[in-house]
Design a protein around this ligand. Sequence first.
Ligand code: GMT
Length: 379
Amino acid sequence: MKIGIVCYPTYGGSGVVATELGKALAMRGHHVHFISYKQPARLDFFTGNIFFHEVYVSHYPLFDFPPYETALTSRLVDVVKFEKLDLLHVHYAIPHASAAVFAKQILATEGIHIPIITTLHGTDITLVGKDKSFEPVVTYSLNMSDGITAVSDSLKQDTYKHFNTKKHIEVIPNFIDFERFSKKPREHFKAAVAPPNTFIITHTSNFRKVKRVEDVVKVFGKIREKIPAKLLLVGDGPERQNIEMLCREMDLCDSISFLGKQDPVEEILSISDLFLMPSETESFGLAALEAMACEVPVISSNAGGIPELNIDGETGFLCDVGDIDSMAEKAIYILTDPTRLKLFKANAKKRALLFHIDKIIPQYENYYKEVLKKSVVTA
Ligand code: GMT
């Protein structure tokens, strides 16, 4: 198949999933065309069947806001026509789904039929998308898509709750590449990061409000009162400065390292004993899956789709959003018994294996075939 993938090029979850999906599809022989304003961060190699088409936005003095959606639409028309694509798979509804729908309508005037699949990733539905400044456009784009996928059942239900659509939504969860994400022997690294017999607790995110990084620090503060521990904070974003202030206020600076944006996250996860994800909303929790693949149990909130990944009392624990006491108590419960910790680590990996890339990519391929078949009939 000749597949166009539209995504954000940044390190955010939707861009990562879209890029890894495209790379895996190319490995399976498909021709994959990435379309975005910058080369996706995870697009770290090219083969004869991977292509990248940059979207340029003209800067004209009249534009206070560069019209990216218009430029993207024009680029989609051009790429679909010139590369003779079979389908467009857009990741994150805003503005990718509406741009694709518009491109589809333009192409139809020239007798070209292009099916569109929209994958919903989370905040495009639960946070930004449902805002009334976007909702009518998102609803229309969903209803005009030939196929819709969501990364968890929870996100599927949220979509039905917030948008007026009756269209079928296929749930295809996030996936993980075990060739990259698996526990590696990194004892020297662990020794350099923390004194012996110190537990390493990790959190990775884009430091947005929705991630509740302040809860991570507060939970860590409580753990630190009982057992020797070090907190590694990976990532960066708008809340970083507030979090640094909180660490100072709590007198925890010596026990917390801000590592910033890191590409080899698997190296850090390889030395970690516990992962914290206290998010306000989380459609799936790719960062938690990456941790689990590296044998790291997860203490998380029970928001959104996290319970579809993290199994309470087995791979970690689920607590109510903001319940810092319970999160700390559960963390201490896991960490203070070596046999229990070993079991939780093993369970985390076993659970992550259910989301192995080799299991999930065929689900996308089958869904593509299904949508192509249906859209030929109705075209
Ligand atoms: O987590 C973020 O803020 C980034 C966001 C994105 O779209 O880039 O991630 C969302 O998509 C990921 C991949 O499908 C999911 O694993 C994340 O749970 C989801 N984030 C939220 O729902 C907050």
